[in-house]
Design a protein around this ligand. Structure first.
Ligand code: SF4
Ligand code: SF4
Length: 282
């Protein structure tokens, strides 16, 4: 049977917060019987936009990661709830029943993504419902998806086989796969948030004149056989991205025309700006 999925493209998110605000607009002060009680104005972020800065000045970038409930196939929140207070619908959407969940403080603690919020006033746990009340009324997508101006959010109904193909074709990944909850929210370009880069700028000096080394070959090696290669742009800049944080020692080999080859050893903890690398000759 077809179920709902969401794809979030990290590269397209600009932190405008339209998704967060449209969620507030839909749920604050509104009761949706059978789906959700009113969301609090403050203290709850059903669409929680996380932020990550990478690198060192001047080579830095920022990624924004919208994190809603993942509507996990193997959902710890369902297992932690009593009396069927949290359940999965046939279309994959995970719902917290506000009446049955009253007072069940273990439910928020069970979510490894921190996607469940406690409403003190009502004594209930609350989270994103994928706007199930709207979808059941004929809407084609939740409010957050409709409000996103960059196309960073997409929601669609599909079968497992179709989604498997999409994962392969688009390079989609779950956030925190180690949680093993099989999320229905998948990310594109997740490396922008969860992995790191090595970058720098290559220049050369010849006859007392310094210039950018455009087209220099930068070879990144780790151990034997494992390598990546790139070329510097017209400013002499390079960036090799999508590396595992804390992944150990690397050797960077830089060659440019007949300049003396430069070899740099680094231990990679997080994104690294090597600064200006000066070559002699050329
Ligand atoms: S993300 Fe958290 S709240 Fe949502 S289904 Fe998974 S475990 Fe439950
Ligand atoms: S509306 Fe789209 S671009 Fe804006 S913060 Fe949300 S996901 Fe990012």
């Amino acid at each position: 049977m077809n179920g709902w999925y969401m794809i979030i493209d990290v590269e397209k998110c600009e932190d405008c917060n339209n998704c967060f605000l449209s969620c507030k607009d839909e749920f604050v002060g509104n009761e949706w019987p059978g789906y959700s009680a009113s969301q609090t104005l403050h203290g709850q972020r059903w669409m929680d936009i996380k932020r990550k800065e990478r690198g060192q000045f001047p080579l830095i970038d920022v990624a924004y990661l919208p994190v809603p409930c993942m509507h996990c196939e193997s959902a710890p929140c369902i297992r932690a709830s009593k009396g069927g207070a949290v359940y999965k619908r046939d279309d994959g959407i995970v719902i917290i029943d506000p009446d049955r969940a009253k007072g069940q403080r273990d439910i928020p603690k069970s979510c490894p993504y921190g996607a469940i919020w406690w409403n003190d006033e009502r004594d209930i746990p609350q989270k994103c419902t994928f706007c199930a009340h709207l979808l059941d009324g004929g809407w084609k997508e939740p409010r957050c998806v409709q409000a996103c101006p960059t196309g960073a959010l997409k929601a669609f109904k599909a079968g497992e086989e179709e989604v498997e193909k999409l994962i392969e074709r688009e390079g989609l990944e779950p956030f925190h796969p180690e949680y093993r909850t099989s999320p229905r929210v998948l990310y594109k370009n997740l490396y922008r948030y969860s992995r790191c880069f090595i970058g720098g700028s290559v220049a050369f000096e010849k006859d007392g004149v310094v210039d950018c080394a455009e087209g220099a070959r930068v070879l990144l090696r780790q151990g034997r056989g494992n390598h990546q290669e790139t070329r510097t742009d017209n400013y002499g800049d390079f960036k090799i991205d999508n590396l595992e944080e804390g992944s150990g020692n690397y050797t960077i080999e830089i060659t440019y025309k007949d300049c003396q080859k430069k070899i740099i050893e680094v231990e990679l903890q997080g994104s690294l700006n090597l600064g200006t690398i000066m070559l002699q000759g050329g």
